[in-house]
Design a protein around this ligand. Structure first.
Ligand code: HEM
Length: 202
């Protein structure tokens, strides 16, 4: 591993120190695993509500994007993001003294009935023909990614999902007996058995 690591170089050709190189490797692995997690949820949704498969498999691009947004809204993944108040604040009737930890409840906002009618119904049509507002859908953090606790990889995540979900929908596979319940006591969470598929080879 160390040999691989020392083979990496900065833009100016200086070898990266092992710590920085290891962080860079993790920076590639961590988001790749995170997107695979959402793709598992997408497989779960296609299995639970197979009525979405035809539109996706037929190549309806707007529906694929809407489906990707709805997977990110509906399923529990990043539960909250946190920050420490850098100064005394007064916000929406609440005193927040410097040094307090403030959490943004991502799952709560993504299931707030005032923003999302029938929030526990999986319905990609919420997003057909419209992009959600910045402060509306927050599965990957809130605010502006340049300055706040929001993921800068959101566009990449969406592109990967809207590319792979139609392919998943077009695959022929069987779903063996397994435990597809999703525990809400785990962070991050996933179906208890993962999502096992047996491809059909005919
Ligand atoms: C399932 C997919 C993903 C989820 C749920 C997710 C979630 C998040 C969240 C909530 C944060 C903010 C943490 C905070 O500031 O408190 C974050 C940061 C970050 N994400 Fe993602 N992410 C995902 C995929 C990706 C992808 C695909 C990339 C890159 C292509 C990426 C790159 C980053 C980076 C670089 C940061 C750190 C930003 C900073 O500290 O300024 N993420 N992610």
């Amino acid at each position: 591993m160390l040999e691989t690591v020392t083979a990496h170089h900065d833009a100016d050709g200086t070898p990266l120190d092992p710590h920085t190189a290891a962080v860079e490797v993790l920076n590639v692995i961590r988001p790749t695993v995170a997107v695979a997690w959402f793709l598992t949820f997408a497989g779960h949704a296609l299995h639970r509500w197979p009525e979405h498969r035809k539109l996706l498999a037929d190549g309806d691009a707007a529906y694929a994007r809407a489906f990707a947004h709805e997977v990110r809204r509906f399923y529990p993944f990043a539960p909250f993001v946190g920050g420490i108040a850098a100064a005394d604040l007064y916000w929406q009737g609440q005193d927040i003294p410097v040094g307090s930890m403030v959490l943004l409840d991502l799952y709560g906002q993504n299931h707030d009935p005032q923003l999302w009618p029938k929030p526990y119904i999986f319905d990609p049509r919420r997003f057909v023909g419209r992009e959600p507002g910045r402060d509306e859908l927050v599965p990957q953090g809130g605010g502006d990614p340049a300055t706040n606790h929001r993921c800068p990889g959101e566009d990449v995540t969406l592109t990967v999902l809207e590319t792979l979900v139609p392919r998943l929908a077009a695959l022929h596979y069987d779903v063996p007996e397994q435990d597809l319940s999703i525990p809400l006591r785990r962070i991050p969470t996933a179906p208890r058995s993962g999502f096992l598929m047996n491809p059909r080879l005919y």
